[in-house]
Write a protein that binds this ligand. Structure first.
Ligand SMILES: Cc1ncc(COP(=O)(O)O)c(C=O)c1O
Length: 358
């Protein structure tokens, strides 16, 4: 049995994989694979509508917000957001708290005017925390404030979201959607590529306040407009049918195990056990993230030497644990403990952390 601590694409529940396999061979007894179904047919339309309805229920998305299932991943949204939401003459604000937050900002600069509302990068290039509310400098007329709710590479997370007044708050939740309860009504937009907590790559979930749908700049091609996808119930072009069908299974599983409240309780316990094991040996493990900003999803740490890091990864692999190497730009160790990594999986890692290097 391999335990997958990869940062994404990430571990999925076995039941989801089994159902996806069934879909692939014989979808609901139709004699056709799910990827052979017409996306205009009733069977597929039901799958997609169910996925959207489940997302709405699980995340308690109010009627004020549209849910879209799009392609192009989270990086596609880095471009679509400024294209659709920076109105002529306006500028958008970005909080820079890590690699992905900065990548979103860099993309916005290609499209329009963007400003840095906060930047927590330190002199050595590492991001150890998210900004305090007092450090956020939001321009009163900003088109929006963009944040990354969980910084996948540096292992930091916003535990509370900023109050942005009338400026719409937009969050990249690719690495923590569905992991904890959130108040969607506080956001202008939330988006998440599926390959960590929602399923497999190929689909990105977008939750957008309806009054923002029609802001797109004149001349923006039809395919890049949020309004197009809202008008066509996310069936404008052929959707990523297999990815959507797999997301539906993930969401059904999420409901079956008790919804976001149950998932959050397990996630908090997983993170508690892992951080406790690391904190118990401060002379051996160094955790770069500020304690108040520690992520519940990505736990980053370093052993005393590069050789010890390499030895740790090798011993982990020998015990069946993979995906623990830090991001290529960061190094060290990163344990991604997304929704579908179990408590038992985490305990296996805790055991290694407790005993390694003694
Ligand atoms: C927070 C965050 N945003 C964006 C991305 C990029 O996602 P995609 O590859 O779907 O563009 C990632 C991928 O790891 C991520 O963790």
């Amino acid at each position: 049995m391999t335990i997958n601590f990869s940062a994404g694409p990430a571990a999925l529940p076995e039941i989801v994989l089994l159902r996806a396999r069934e879909d692939l061979v014989d979808f609901e007894g139709s004699g056709l694979s799910v990827i052979e179904q017409s996306h205009r047919g009733a069977a597929y339309e039901r799958v997609q509508a169910t996925a959207i309805a489940l997302l709405r229920t699980l995340l308690a998305v109010p009627d004020t917000h549209e849910i879209l299932l799009l392609q192009g991943g989270a990086r596609g949204q880095f471009a679509m957001i400024p294209l659709n939401l920076i109105t002529p003459g306006a500028s958008a604000d970005y909080a820079l708290t890590g690699f992905w937050a900065r990548a979103a900002y860099d993309e916005a600069l290609l499209v329009g005017r963007a400003r840095i509302a906060a930047d927590t990068r330190e002199a050595d290039g590492w991001y150890r925390r998210v900004p305090r509310p007092s450090e956020l400098n939001i321009a009163p007329g900003a088109a929006y404030l963009h944040i990354c709710s969980n910084n996948t590479i540096y292992g930091t997370q916003w535990s509370e979201f900023p109050d942005t007044g009338t400026v719409p708050l937009i969050a990249d939740m690719t690495s923590d959607i569905l992991s904890r309860a959130i108040d969607v009504s506080r956001f202008g937009m939330i988006y998440a590529a599926a390959q960590k907590n929602l399923g497999c790559s190929g689909v990105v979930a977008v939750i957008l306040r309806k009054d923002l749908l029609e802001r797109a700049r004149p001349g923006l091609p039809t395919i890049w407009r949020y309004a197009t996808h809202a008008q066509h119930a996310s069936l404008y072009g052929t959707p990523a049918t297999f990815a959507v069908a797999t997301m539906r299974h993930v969401l059904e599983h999420a409901v079956a195990i008790g919804g976001v409240a149950a998932i959050e309780a397990t996630n908090r316990e997983k993170a508690r056990r892992l951080y406790a094991a690391l904190d118990a040996r401060p002379e051996y493990y160094r955790l770069p993230a500020a304690t108040s900003c520690r992520s519940l999803m990505n736990v980053t740490f370093f052993l005393p030497t590069a050789e010890a890091n390499a030895g740790f990864l090798a011993e982990a692999e020998r015990r069946g644990m993979i995906g623990l190497g830090g991001h290529r730009t960061a190094g060290g160790i990163r344990a991604s403990i997304y929704n579908w990594v179990s408590l038992e999986d985490v305990d296996a890692l805790v055991d290694l952390i407790a005993g390694f290097g003694r």
